[in-house]
Design a protein around this ligand. Sequence first.
Ligand code: HEM
Length: 181
Amino acid sequence: MEQKDIGISLDLMKIKAIVMDIMIGGTDTTITTVEWVMAELLNTPQIMAKRPSQSAIVGGYTIPEGTKVFLNAYAIQRDPQVWESPLEFQPERFLNSTNLEYAGNNMNYLPFGSGRRICAGLPLAEKMLMFVLASLLHSFDWKLPEGENVDLSEGFGLVIKKNERLLAIPAPRLSNFELYQ
Ligand code: HEM
């Protein structure tokens, strides 16, 4: 692999300093805070006993304290009052930046959830998905086996998988395909 000189040398001393930064900045700070909070809580049992939740009114509905609320993201993302022809594959609808917002601020589109329990892998997932799809589409022409149609029926589960596995035939479309083998 070609190496570029970017004018910064990385000797053993600097590597040790970076590792120390990561250790102290990334672990010691959090552990110390947890220890202090636990110590203060154990020292004041009346504060330890408090629970912060309380009844609230959300969108006109009273949510009594302690209620478990489940959000039906499946239905929201297929709501024809929000999405035009929601069951049609129309990727262009996401060229609109409001529709594309998937980081938990658009309550009509929540593929990664929202709030403090939002998907922890979002930054990795968006890069992986783009990379894998772009590589497949850029590197190959795709077709279905002779006489086959795509089955779009949904299975059931935590993640909605296809009922039938997708079988597709790739043909290399890049002249330098051997580079990928
Ligand atoms: C297309 C890919 C993905 C989708 C659609 C997705 C979707 C979700 C959803 C809907 C949640 C629940 C959020 C909530 O309760 O509000 C979640 C949670 C989570 N996801 Fe993902 N995810 C994806 C990829 C990943 C990846 C690649 C990782 C890890 C490398 C990951 C790690 C997690 C974790 C750790 C949680 C639990 C977060 C918590 O409860 O605090 N996810 N994900």
